[in-house]
Design a protein around this ligand. Structure first.
Ligand code: ADE
Length: 236
């Protein structure tokens, strides 16, 4: 079954953008997944096609209207009732495990926020799950939606060459990736670590594990403290 990404945005022309090339682009062309970008403005009702208004209570910026966004969601009429996401810096941080869940389902409806925000009532009434891709603020949800969709699409069956490349990597085990090397054997006086050309697979695996652990401790202490303690082989 085709995994369906339905996007609601004020800038449908941004899509597929980078999702139309490389791995995801090939998978899109071959029908493994499908993308439809709807223009929220098509649901505007007034002469000026306005979609936003000033915030109740005052303050800077503009707020996306609840009635317009609700109408756009309803008009998209997505089959199979997929999760409805709203890309927003105040959302729950996106994780690889949420990506895995989404990739296993029928697809996702993704609302791209713009302006200062979205009227809270439509978030509640259409049960939108707010999702953030990191603690920084983009000018809109479109790039965030693309990141989320890319992360899902690469996990779909038939998208990646070797299925294990989807699991044996950063975050699947809450460890960062060990360093990689390829030819030439010496680059600007830096040789490839000797152990990697020793042909000793057990030693290579142990070296990679140690490098991944050291990197995770140094760069991501938050991930490191989530590590499962290693099996205790000294007892029993
Ligand atoms: N929109 C703006 N910034 C965002 C972020 N960090 N994550 C998701 N959506 C966003």
């Amino acid at each position: 079954m085709t995994w369906r990404a339905t996007i609601l945005t004020l800038f449908p022309e941004m899509f597929p953008g980078p999702l139309g090339v490389s791995l995801s682009g090939k998978a899109l062309a071959s029908g493994i997944w499908a993308l439809k970008a709807h223009d929220i403005r098509a649901s505007a009702t007034d002469r000026h096609r306005s979609v936003d208004d000033t915030p109740a209570g005052g303050g800077p910026g503009m707020v996306l209207r609840a009635d317009i966004l609700a109408a756009a969601i309803d008009a998209a009429n997505v089959p199979d009732d997929p999760p409805r996401l709203l890309m927003s810096p105040r959302g729950r941080p996106l994780t690889q495990s949420r990506v895995r869940e989404l990739a296993t389902g029928p697809g996702a409806l993704v609302v791209c926020g713009r302006f200062e925000g979205v009227d809270q009532r439509v978030i509640e009434a259409r049960r939108l799950e707010e999702v953030s891709i990191g603690d920084y603020v983009l000018s809109g949800g479109e790039l965030a939606a693309m990141a989320l969709i890319d992360a899902c699409v690469r996990l779909l069956p038939g998208v990646m060459g070797r299925p294990e490349s989807g699991t044996d990597e950063s975050f699947s085990e809450a460890l960062l990736e060990y360093p990689q090397y390829t030819r030439p054997q010496s680059f600007e006086g830096r040789p490839i670590p000797e152990i990697l050309i020793s042909g000793d697979h057990a030693k290579v695996a142990a070296w990679r594990r140690a490098e991944a652990e050291a990197l995770t401790r140094a760069r991501r202490p938050d991930l490191w403290t989530q590590q499962k303690p290693p099996n205790d082989t000294t007892k029993g």
